[in-house]
Design a binder for this molecule. Structure first.
Ligand code: ADA
Length: 567
């Protein structure tokens, strides 16, 4: 399922995960939808996991049947993620589509009759004018229905989303709630909502939702006797919302898990629940040699346990929104998250960029709003934050994040340093630095940092002075098993040396609020462009390799993170 817990007890929800039929554009050369499917594959999954399709880039079609067994209800198909462009056909008719692999999306079918229906999803992972965000890159764009799929049977008037913002006040904790109700019928409808938290019931006034429209209801729950969510005590509460008709008959429900925590910027510090925060962790791609980006939840959990074993408390979902089951695990384990909308080195002038970056940003916040582990919203990794046009794009996307959620600080990871002209737009400054790898000797990391800090806290930084600072990327490549007494580049010894010195300087530095090592594990990259020059056509800066086998540097990280302060 899309979540790691039951988020509906009244609504009928069925998982559509399992073995689907598959055919690729290599096998089906006909027009329209295929009528023969020569392969089978597991959903969620990547076709690169299948023999013969390890590097297939193009179109494919996946097919299965599903049942509608209740009259008068609308069918809502929810896709956790399709990589990277999905077009949905039910009984041969096109009923919806979505581009970008990393955010959930849905198709509503208000009037499907009872019985069995054919579902075909056309999936395309090719590069071109249709995708501004999926481009040849330093990570791989896989193909498939790569996250879980669900079939919901919903009343025409149902609960679309619930947004919960914890508020810390002198009396303790309150909760600002927004309920978004959706009416997919042709006629207006009236319902009442009941909120259940801590076994307290809050009855809301009856509301009318116009036909084929949404309606939001806001309320604040005050004086809540709850424990605070924190990395050491990640206590979660179930928030349940139910819709009833005029006779109090249950119509629909939605459950979510929330944590009472507050993240705030105070001068050049990050505060979690009023205490100064020191973040230390990793950048993590969704990537695995057996499963591609469809990383099973067991492997997600192991990744987090390995990070925790290295004394990390923080993970950045580079460079896109992650599978919600991973975020559920972070909520439960108390791992803090920087989540970012999908972009790495993208071209702002690509014809589809504007629409797709807004979609990725909006869907990320809308679907992931309630995760207490998410403490930072990010965007636009190493994009153009120098030109006037580029700064304007940063302004728009950062403003969109703030508009969608004013409760979390925003940032973008920059590699422009003193040339950057957009740092005045963020709440947190974040730098990608690679001393000892891309420029400068690792011995100079301390001097180089002080030069940058002097610039940061001067008027030259155009509004960045005095803001919290994260070193969002730093590291070095090492091929697992490559042990060299000469400590040459690509040896595990050299990677250890770079990590030891950079962590000595960065960790515990009074002007640095946190670090994220680049990167947790080695990942596959695309064959196109310069990425193919990378050894093994992989990004080898992982502290563990792609099979999560620890490199020498993992001991350095464990010691340095464990020590907290520098030396
Ligand atoms: C950049 C980029 C990462 C990765 C890294 C590297 O900082 O943000 O995605 O490509 O460089 O390994 O070179």
């Amino acid at each position: 399922m899309i979540r790691s817990f039951d988020d509906h007890l009244i609504r009928e929800v069925e998982s559509l995960d399992g073995i689907w039929h598959l055919t690729t554009a290599k096998e089906w050369q006909g027009d329209g939808l295929p009528d023969t499917f020569s392969r089978r594959m597991l959903v969620p999954g990547c076709w690169e996991s299948l023999p013969g399709l390890e590097s297939y880039r193009g179109k494919a079609w996946l097919k299965r049947e599903f049942q509608v067994d209740l009259e008068g209800l609308a069918t809502r198909l929810v896709f956790g993620g399709v990589s990277h462009t999905g077009t949905v056909y039910v009984d041969g008719s096109r009923v919806g589509s979505h581009d970008d692999a990393f955010t959930p999306w849905e198709v509503i079918l208000p009037e499907l009759e009872e019985g069995s229906h054919e579902l075909i999803v056309e999936v395309d992972n090719s590069f071109g004018d249709h995708s501004a965000l999926h481009i040849p890159n330093d990570y791989y764009t896989y193909g498939g229905i790569t996250r879980p799929v669900e079939k919901h049977l919903v009343e025409p008037l149902y609960i679309d989303k619930v947004f919960a913002t914890p508020v810390r006040d002198e009396a303790g904790w309150a909760l600002d709630l927004r309920l978004r109700l959706r009416n997919c019928s042709q006629t207006a409808g009236r319902v009442k909502a009941i909120v259940n938290l801590l076994d307290m019931l809050y009855h809301l006034e009856e509301v009318e939702v116009p036909a084929r429209d949404t309606h939001e209801v806001a309320l604040r729950l005050d004086g809540l006797e709850v424990d605070t969510w924190s990395p050491d005590c990640p206590v979660l509460y179930t928030l349940a919302v139910m819709l009833v008709d005029e006779h109090e008959h249950p119509l629909d429900d939605l459950l979510d898990r929330i944590g009472f925590r507050e993240i705030r910027v105070d001068g050049d510090k990050l505060l979690l629940n009023g205490d100064e925060l020191a973040l230390q962790g990793f950048n993590r791609h969704e990537d695995h040699p057996q499963f591609g980006c469809a990383v099973p939840v067991e492997a997600m959990a192991q990744d987090l346990m390995l990070m925790r074993d290295m004394n990390a408390n923080f993970v950045r979902t580079c460079h896109y929104p992650n599978d919600q089951r991973f975020l559920d695990l972070c909520d439960e384990l108390g791992i803090l998250v920087w989540e970012e909308s999908h972009a790495r080195h993208v071209d702002f002038n690509h014809p589809a960029f504007e629409r797709q970056i807004e979609q990725s940003t909006s869907e990320m916040v809308t679907w992931h709003f309630n995760h207490p582990s998410i403490i930072i919203w990010g965007c636009l990794n190493e994009c153009d934050s120098v030109s006037e046009e580029g700064v304007e794009v940063h302004r728009r996307v950062l403003a969109m994040l703030k508009e969608l959620d004013g409760s979390r600080p925003t940032t973008f990871a920059s590699n422009q340093q003193q040339a950057d002209r957009a740092l005045g737009l963020v709440d947190i400054v974040a730098w990608n630095l690679y001393p000892g790898w891309y420029g400068g000797a690792v011995a100079d990391v301390a001097d180089r940092l002080e030069t940058l800090l002097a610039w940061l806290d001067s008027p030259a930084s155009r509004g960045a002075a005095g803001k919290p600072l994260l070193i969002s990327e730093f590291g070095a490549g090492a091929i697992y098993g490559n042990r060299q007494r000469c400590r040459s580049k690509w040896s595990e010894e050299y990677q250890s040396e770079v990590l030891d010195e950079t962590l000595r300087v960065y960790t515990g530095h009074p002007r640095i609020s946190g670090t994220a090592i680049w990167q947790f594990c080695d990942v596959r990259v695309t064959e196109e462009e310069w990425f193919s020059k990378r050894p093994r056509t992989m990004n080898n800066k992982g502290i563990v390799d792609e099979y999560r086998r620890p490199k020498l540097a993992s001991d350095v990280v464990r010691r340095r993170f464990g020590a907290g302060a520098g030396d």
